[in-house]
Design a protein around this ligand. Structure first.
Ligand SMILES: Cc1cc2nc3c(=O)[nH]c(=O)nc-3n(C[C@H](O)[C@H](O)[C@H](O)COP(=O)(O)OP(=O)(O)OC[C@H]3O[C@@H](n4cnc5c(N)ncnc54)[C@H](O)[C@@H]3O)c2cc1C
Length: 573
């Protein structure tokens, strides 16, 4: 157990005003959820800054045609508001982007969260003042505010990678990044369109473009395992049934490997005696659709060489059956990694799309894109493609990017940028030693998978940590370096035997940060499953926030009891 200094007797504590108890960067799933936790449950004064012009985050920025969740709608929601959960009507198994955005906006309206959010405002910097135990947060409008707590709810996939193609700015046609899709309508009709990238976004947008474009060229560096989503509308009966199962669905999500409300398979590869039995298990999971293929096939697919090989061949067979042109089918079969090394996209008639006359798959693994030209694109082998539009679905600087895009300085001026680029490590995904009173809502090594589940658990934990502090008279909380290292070692141990680690580096899996040039691959998530993670959290709480140190600095800055901030001229909202 950790020893923590006793809180200072109140007579020795000096108070000075901070503008807010807490400042949050980001106003999407995580920012809204933690804003509610701190303001409504804990009664703190809270300000949130959001770079976009509205709430929504991922669903505000990624408004490309075809964008929709890969989580089933009944688990991609704000779990904390049960009444709202029971009222909201999802239209499909995987809701489209406008519906998720509407869901988040409605939550913000219902709880009057908008009034605490300043839009079109990016947090540029946050600096810790150790002597006084406060953060000073600076926005891109040059406004400075102070707070006891700084909460980064900046997302895991909010910073797209810079497309690495020379000549991009010379292109004379239309060019769009899926992660920064414009608010105006974009038409593909009669156009020659290139989609670059076959990750989740490229796989979602391509079939939509194929419907109306004159030609679609899909440029593929890595063939992915695209799992059939099997999307369907939710009929009245199904919807009604789901709406009343919030508690059950949430409880199930908190137990499942990746936070989804589904049963994990217990069938090991070796449990099946014949290949026919094995195919039966996989077929059932394939037909169930979506991520169910990952979790309801073989439980040991992630680590057992034979199970992984068999699953790989099973998917290859499926691709060969779905894609008529044998050459295209072979190009689409992933050979350089096994399923689980990358985050598999969900397809909405993706493989079937290649049977259209107007769709061409272009392999750029061996023959890379050399340059974007004014009229299109040129490959290293000299082939030229004339294009009217380029759509870039080229990925994100996951987990780390959003945090290091701010200039965060902790104890002794250490920068978060240096810290996280050297090692993408946190304690429990939420805290880093040397950065006291700062919480990350989806920091590196938080549980991966269904993010709303993760965010809900973490917001609750942050709330409990702050309540614990006020109950004990502590002013500063900080992760202990030893606890962080132990947690990180545990994260590593879980990943090292897995396909994700063995194959993921070679195929630049973003789940381990291998897609970011110059970055050392490291697990970006806790892959031990939600049940283990929630157990760990329970243990941390039961043991008085084990792994955290608490202290009260010589000078302590208390809650604002002076005139409201607006009255002091430092108006931010
Ligand atoms: C296309 C796409 C589909 C996805 N589908 C799923 C899915 O099906 N299931 C799933 O679990 N996850 C999915 N994800 C991951 C998704 O990001 C999370 O589910 C969830 O939206 C994360 O919410 P968040 O609030 O943590 O972050 P985000 O939604 O990314 O929001 C972060 C917000 O912070 C703001 N911000 C960032 N930096 C700053 C700053 N310095 N100052 C002020 N504001 C800042 C951004 O503008 C953004 O609005 C998907 C991601 C993408 C890109």
């Amino acid at each position: 157990m950790l020893t923590t200094p006793a809180p200072l007797p109140s007579a020795q504590r000096r108070t000075r005003v901070t503008d807010y108890d807490a400042v949050i960067a980001g106003a999407a799933f995580a920012g809204l959820r933690v804003l509610y936790e701190l303001r409504d449950r804990l009664g703190l004064s809270v300000k949130a800054f959001e770079a976009g012009s509205d709430v929504g985050g991922t669903w505000y920025w990624n408004r490309y045609p075809g964008a929709r969740t890969d989580t089933e709608s009944w688990a991609y929601c704000m779990f904390f508001d049960k009444e709202f959960y029971e009222q909201w009507e999802w239209s499909e198994r995987y809701p489209p982007q406008p519906e998720v955005l509407a869901h988040l906006k409605r939550v913000a309206e219902r709880h009057d969260l908008y009034k605490n959010i300043e839009f079109n405002t990016r947090v540029e910097a946050a600096t810790w003042d150790e002597a006084n135990g406060i953060w000073t947060i600076t926005t891109d409008h040059g406004v400075e505010v102070t707070a006891r707590y700084f909460i980064a709810a900046t997302g895991l996939l909010s910073i797209p990678l810079e497309p690495p193609f020379p000549g991009l700015s010379s292109f004379k046609g239309e060019c769009y990044l899926t992660a920064r899709w414009p608010h105006h309508a974009v038409t593909f009709e009669g156009k020659r369109v290139a989609v670059i990238g076959t990750g989740a976004s490229g796989v979602q947008i391509a079939p939509v473009i194929a419907h109306t474009a004159e030609r679609l060229f899909l440029f593929q560096r890595t063939a992915n395992y695209v799992l059939p989503a099997r999307n369907v509308p939710l009929d009245e009966e199904w919807r009604k049934e789901l709406m009343h199962k919030r508690d059950e669905i949430y409880a199930m999500s908190c137990k499942q490997l990746w936070g989804f409300p589904m049963e994990d398979s217990t069938t090991r590869f070796a449990d099946c005696e014949t290949d026919e039995e094995r195919r039966f298990v996989l077929d059932r999971a394939w037909e169930a659709g979506g991520f169910r293929f990952l979790f309801q096939g073989f439980v040991d697919m992630w680590v057992d060489e034979e199970a992984a090989r068999f699953t790989q061949e099973f998917v290859h067979d499926k691709i060969r059956k779905l894609v008529k042109d044998p050459e295209t089918a072979e190009l689409l079969c992933p050979r350089d990694h096994r399923l689980g090394a990358k985050r598999p996209p969900l397809g909405h008639h993706y493989y079937e799309m290649f049977n259209r006359e107007n769709v061409t798959l272009v392999d750029i693994k061996a023959n890379a894109i050399e340059a974007i030209t004014p009229g299109g694109l040129r490959l290293a082998g000299g082939e030229e493609y004339e294009l009217d539009m380029i759509v870039l679905a080229t990925g994100f600087d996951g987990m780390v990017g959003p945090l290091i895009s701010m200039d965060v300085r902790g104890c002794e001026g250490e920068t978060l940028r240096d810290r996280l680029t050297a090692a993408a490590d946190t304690y429990l995904g939420i805290a880093i030693d040397g950065f006291p009173n700062m919480f990350t809502m989806t920091g590196p090594k938080c549980p991966g998978g269904n993010i709303p589940t993760t965010v809900d658990i973490i917001a609750d934990l942050v709330g409990k940590a702050i309540t614990h502090m006020s109950g004990h008279g502590y002013d500063v909380i900080e992760a202990q370096p030893e606890a962080l290292q132990q947690y990180v070692a545990q994260c590593r141990r879980m990943v090292e035997p897995a396909v994700l680690w063995k194959d993921g580096v070679n195929v630049r899996s973003w789940l381990i940060g291998a897609n970011v040039p110059g970055r050392q691959p490291a697990p970006l998530f806790w892959f031990g499953g939600m049940e283990l993670y929630t157990g760990l959290i329970r243990q941390v709480i039961d043991h008085g926030f084990e792994g955290f140190a608490f202290r009260s600095p010589a000078k302590v800055y208390g809650r604002l009891d002076g005139p409201p901030l607006e009255a002091r001229g430092n108006v931010v909202g």
